[in-house]
Design a protein around this ligand. Structure first.
Ligand SMILES: C[S@@+](CC[C@H](N)C(=O)[O-])C[C@H]1O[C@@H](n2cnc3c(N)ncnc32)[C@H](O)[C@@H]1O
Length: 204
């Protein structure tokens, strides 16, 4: 889809939101059903993960017009998405997305910031169980992401990329249980993992 087609579609809605690292698209479908006046976009590099959700929204019986899926990573963000979104969600990321958000990596923060309109609201939910024993190899060199760490270290890195951190807090178990994503359910199966919510606003 080229930029003018996207703009024409987005123009039919009261607002445009994106779920980055959308996984199987469950959050996108849930939000789209509850907010039919908004266009909800799901972005993930793994096409197979999104396939069922994409089929669902195009099937006649389960059709949902206000949904769009984009197969891409944050590092290779399609340029036509720049400056398009009012709200940006990242739920329980892993891999380079999680790492980039936890260390304040410019390779992740800049493209993420770039897709927000001025004043766009960002909500990032990080799974802190990755820091519990046994700590997986790929996160062993990551700083433990606490509320203090966000304020003392990440805020300036986010700011340098155009994202003003407005709050950081540990989530209650019930917050995570209510999060309509597959990973929130999977991780909460026995007990919800400790998790941290970072909110930020796009500044130019
Ligand atoms: C643990 S899953 C969570 C999926 C979904 N948000 C949920 O809560 O069910 C993490 C997701 O992050 C995506 N991801 C990892 N690195 C990414 C990147 N660099 N850009 C975009 N998505 C990424 C993965 O493909 C995966 O779908």
């Amino acid at each position: 889809m080229d930029e003018s087609t996207f703009d024409a579609l987005a123009g039919q809605y009261a607002g445009v939101d994106i779920d980055v690292g959308a996984g199987d698209g469950r959050f996108v479908l849930d939000r789209a059903a509850r907010r039919p006046e908004r266009l909800i976009v799901g972005l993930d590099p793994v096409a197979e993960a999104l396939a069922d959700a994409a089929n669902r929204v195009t099937r006649r019986r389960t059709r949902q017009e206000n949904v769009l899926f984009v197969i891409a990573s944050v590092e290779q963000m399609p340029p036509e998405l720049a400056g398009k979104f009012d709200r940006v969600y990242v739920n329980l990321p892993w891999g380079s997305l999680m790492r980039g958000l936890m260390v304040g990596d410019i390779e992740i923060l800049e493209p993420l910031a770039a897709i927000g309109k001025p004043g766009a609201q960002y909500r990032i939910i990080l799974n802190l169980r990755v820091f519990s024993d046994p700590v997986p190899l790929e996160v062993q060199d990551l700083p433990e992401t606490t509320v203090e760490y966000v304020h003392e270290q990440l805020t300036t890195r986010y700011q340098a990329c155009g994202l003003e951190v407005t709050s950081a807090r540990l989530l209650e178990h019930t917050d995570l249980e209510r999060l309509p994503t597959t990973w929130a359910r999977r991780l909460s199966h026995q007990r919800p993992p400790p998790s941290l919510e970072v909110r930020a606003e796009r500044r130019l």
